[in-house]
Ligand binder design. Structure first.
Ligand code: GDP
Length: 212
């Protein structure tokens, strides 16, 4: 993870200082809202810590509840910050054992449609549990993003659950896994929602995309 300048951290803090509002859940492409000036999305297998991370980023306590309400787990959930300047898009957690093949296929085509049809979607943050690293199921998502040519960045979660030496190893293993992937952003952000680690940096990363 790179060092961030104090000015970048401050821009990130300011961007997230206001209210974050839940706007809508999108179950089919025709429901997508007009594009926001900047959209960033969050993807990861279920239980990776996505809701906790979104809560930590936005200072809200109930994003988990909003996104995990029955009926919303398979939607793209739109959260809006800074009076609509930025949309945070919570993508459905993948890897549900219960989902049928047909459902998974239907979902993949909606997600592909979303990824390919949103020029202002600047980056997808792909969350990976720092204890487990990138697994086969994650590789499928990375393949999909490479195919759609949507820039993505790995965010390691739950870093408080491992030792410092293991964190360094997790970062090194991640760098190695993505080095030849065309749409992968080279730097990885390591986070702990429980401890607040990496949260200012992730905010700074998003703020840095504004107006570019
Ligand atoms: P989601 O299914 O990806 O939205 O995952 P959740 O945010 O609901 O988190 C799944 C589980 O991991 C919950 O029991 C969380 O309390 C736990 N968890 C999430 N983030 C962290 C973290 O940074 N540190 C620790 N120790 N536990 C976490």
């Amino acid at each position: 993870m790179r060092e961030y300048e104090p000015e970048e951290i401050e821009r990130g803090r300011l961007l997230f200082a206001g209210q974050t509002e839940f706007r809508l859940g999108v179950a089919k492409l025709s429901q997508l809202p007009p594009e926001y000036p900047l959209e960033v999305a969050f993807a990861g297998r279920s239980n990776v810590g996505k809701s906790s991370l979104l809560n930590a980023l936005t200072g809200r306590k109930d994003i988990a509840r909003t996104s995990n309400t029955p009926g919303r787990t398979r939607e793209l959930n739109y959260f809006e910050l800074a009076d609509g300047a930025v949309a945070l898009v919570d993508m459905p957690g993948y890897g549900y054992a219960r989902a049928t093949k047909t459902l998974v296929k239907a979902w993949q085509s909606i997600i592909m449609g979303y990824l390919e049809g949103r020029p202002n979607l600047r980056r997808v943050f792909v969350l990976i549990d720092s204890r487990h690293g990138i697994k086969q199921i994650d590789l499928e998502t990375l393949d999909q993003l490479d195919e759609a040519a949507v820039s993505y960045q790995i965010v390691l979660t739950k870093a408080d659950k491992i030792k410092q030496s293991e964190r360094d190893a997790a970062l090194a293993a991640t760098a190695k896994a993505i080095v030849r992937r065309p749409a992968a952003f080279p730097d990885t952000i390591i986070t702990s929602s429980a401890k607040g680690w990496g949260i200012p940096e992730l905010r700074a990363e998003i703020a840095g995309m504004q107006g570019q």
